[in-house]
Design a protein around this ligand. Structure first.
Ligand code: ZN
Length: 334
């Protein structure tokens, strides 16, 4: 570094100081909602109408679900990997006493994608409303409620060594990366309307919102009877899922992206990965994998402390001009 001798104001003092001060990454603060907001809708699997309210929550509380239709204590369910009770078709969380909430993954993906660390979600039923089968309605709710910075520094989970879970031809893995979470997904289906698709995204907020959040869940017409007999997909319809029959999409409006199916799998992965309780510095890949495979991957990651560490989270890249996020200083006044 050269001293600027032509500028006396750039004196020895300031330059020598900058030479000995290490350059530290700017750290990011935790975030919550600015206000409460609600919606209601049908649960994809239960078919039950549920009212849901999203509330701000204190720093370090994470995402917590609360069943307000049940009396007594113990009805709060933290969104954590060790609360996964079922992951056959969606991710179900439950307390030790068996109080559960189903289909949390699209809402959790929206929280992750929008950079919200702490929130309380009240539900008067057993399942998060399906809305349109994507995370976009939840993103809209969060934008309407606003987002507020909190004063506590965010802690991120950095992956230190590759962890891979294989299940036949399916595979999921997390591996170290210098950047914030990237997701790589590949699917292969016999149905010609889906076929083979792959995608890769860096889960920054603008990318999540524009490229991932609108992608809907999907199902196959041939599976509907079996799913309903198993007590699943009771609330599923063309209103909240893409329905595929061979080479045909039965939804009148067609697809939102030509590769909407694999984008939805990336969305699911982001939601399930938020069950770590943290934003992730690492790379995720999924090959034909399901919620159950991701749940097994998380169990493997947490089984060995050498796989991960918590660090003060550096600022992530964000899209410019999103002034609806209330910064800390203003939040402290208001
Ligand atoms: Zn999904």
């Amino acid at each position: 570094m050269a001293l600027d001798v032509s500028n006396p104001s750039a004196g020895i003092g300031s330059n020598s100081e900058s030479l000995i001060t290490p350059i530290l990454p700017r750290l990011s603060n935790q975030r919550t909602l600015k206000s409460s907001i609600g919606c209601s809708g049908i649960g994809l699997h239960s078919g039950v109408r549920v009212a849901m309210k999203l509330h701000p929550a204190p720093a370090n509380s994470g995402i917590i679900f609360k069943r307000v239709d049940l009396v007594g204590g113990g009805s709060e369910i933290p969104a954590r990997w060790d609360r996964i009770a079922d992951s056959r078709m969606c991710t179900v969380l439950a307390t030790e006493s068996g109080i559960s909430v189903a289909t949390v993954e699209h809402l959790l993906a929206a929280f992750y994608g929008m950079g919200i660390d702490n929130a309380l979600i009240e539900l008067n039923g057993p399942e998060v409303p399906a809305m349109d089968g994507s995370a976009a309605p939840f993103v809209f709710l969060m934008e309407c409620a606003g987002i507020r910075e909190q004063k506590e520094t965010r802690r991120a989970m950095r992956i230190l060594q590759p962890v891979v879970y294989r299940n036949g031809t399916k595979e999921v893995g997390l591996s170290p990366s210098d950047s914030s979470l990237t997701v790589d997904f590949e699917i292969r289906f016999a149905a010609a309307a889906v076929g083979r698709q792959s995608c890769q995204f860096n889960i920054a907020r603008d990318i999540f919102k524009s490229e991932i959040s609108k992608s809907r869940t999907f199902g196959f017409l041939s599976d509907v009877t079996a799913l309903r007999e198993a007590g699943l997909a009771r609330g599923g319809s063309l209103e909240n899922a893409i329905v595929v029959d061979g080479d045909r999409i039965l939804n009148e409006g067609g697809l939102r992206h030509s590769d909407e199916f694999v984008r939805h799998k990336a969305l699911d992965a982001v939601g399930d990965l938020f069950l770590t309780g943290h934003r992730i510095i690492g790379h995720f890949h999924g090959i034909c994998s399901s919620h159950a495979d991701t749940a097994n991957l998380l169990r493997m990651v947490f089984a060995d402390d050498a796989n991960w560490e918590l660090i003060d989270a550096p600022i992530e890249e964000e899209s410019p001009g999103e002034d609806w996020i209330q910064p800390l200083q203003e939040a402290a006044i208001g």
